[in-house]
Design a protein around this ligand. Structure first.
Ligand code: ZN
Length: 313
């Protein structure tokens, strides 16, 4: 999963062609493939290689000098990958992308992301490595209705109640616990009928409402649900006006999940949870028309489609 054909595979090919998987290598005659390869590296600074290393002696542990990654390159999707050897920092567009000690990283594309995004690594030698990603657009379920959007803002009493709730949610989603769930293939927190999809949106006489920020799973009231990946609980409380019983889990690297409308919470803030561990029961607390689990995923400020983490049931 970490080393797709763009990564280790390519590096292996270049190593075969030129014995120069390392970007510093300068064979006597550069093959075309390697020229293309080096053209991707900004400010490439050729460093002569000792003659003894020119042929057939590339170290076995040659690390790729470019990004390798795989995942769902689409709006609401994500990638996992490895930064180029020697990377000290990585960005995706405006986002800082944290990198693990072994160079692994996670990054993702907001529901309303543009159709391209640039991954940039700054190496310890000051060079930059760029990789342009094509992000495929989605066709969202858009419903146009001929009624005006709800008029009149929330009451002062409601705003007074809501403000601290929003603060608590914001704080919980900002918390960085060092959890490692971001590395895992996620599992469904519970399986069942999908009663609402991520990204769906109503447009009221031309005025867009907010889109659906998660996926709704409706297997029935009281059904237990589990952690889709390892993490640390950063919020577990009942009584939120819209969310009802709410659990937020940090999966590390800026990636987190929220579970809404629970009838029972089986975890507390600070708990470390493992993938598949029971964390709560489905309900209809807060603003819900019937019992269901609303599961949403965010990476920093980007809202992501949970379906792209787990695939079809
Ligand atoms: Zn929902």
């Amino acid at each position: 999963m970490f080393d797709g054909p763009r990564g280790a595979g390519l590096a292996a090919i270049f190593a075969l062609v030129s014995c120069a998987g390392n970007e510093a290598a300068t064979p006597v005659e550069k093959p075309t493939a390697e020229q293309a390869y080096e053209a991707r590296i900004e400010n490439a600074r050729p460093v002569p290689k000792p003659a003894s290393e020119r042929v057939g002696t590339a170290p076995a542990s040659v690390l790729p000098a470019k990004f390798s990654y795989s995942g769902e390159l689409t709006q609401g999707g994500w990638i996992r990958g490895k930064a180029p050897a020697g990377a000290v920092s990585v960005t995706l567009g405006e986002n800082t992308v944290p990198i693990a000690p072994d160079g692994s990283f996670f990054a993702a594309f907001d529901r309303d992301s543009g159709t391209s995004a640039e991954l940039t690594a700054t190496l310890e030698n000051g060079r930059t490595v760029r990789e342009n990603l094509a992000v495929s657009p989605r066709k969202w379920n858009i419903e146009r209705v001929n009624v005006p959007r709800r008029r009149g803002g929330p009451s002062a009493a409601y705003q007074a109640r809501r403000a601290p709730e929003l603060d608590a949610i914001w704080d919980a989603r900002q918390e960085q616990t060092g959890a490692n769930g971001w590395q895992q293939q996620f599992i469904w927190p519970v399986k069942g009928r999908i009663s609402g999809r991520f990204g769906s949106q109503r447009i009221y006489r031309g005025e867009p409402g907010s889109y659906h920020s998660g996926i709704d799973i409706a297997p029935g009231n009281g059904v237990p649900f589990v952690a889709p990946a390892d993490g640390v609980v950063t919020l577990a409380r009942t009584g939120f006006s819209l969310e009802g019983g709410l659990i937020i889990i940090d999966h590390g690297m800026g990636l987190n999940s929220a579970f809404l409308h629970a009838s029972k919470l089986a975890v507390q803030k600070g708990d470390r949870v493992s993938q598949g561990q029971y964390i709560g029961n489905i309900g209809s607390s807060g603003r819900a028309t019937g019992p269901h689990l609303h599961w949403s995923i965010k990476w920093n400020l980007a809202r992501l489609d949970p379906l792209l983490f787990v695939g079809p049931q």
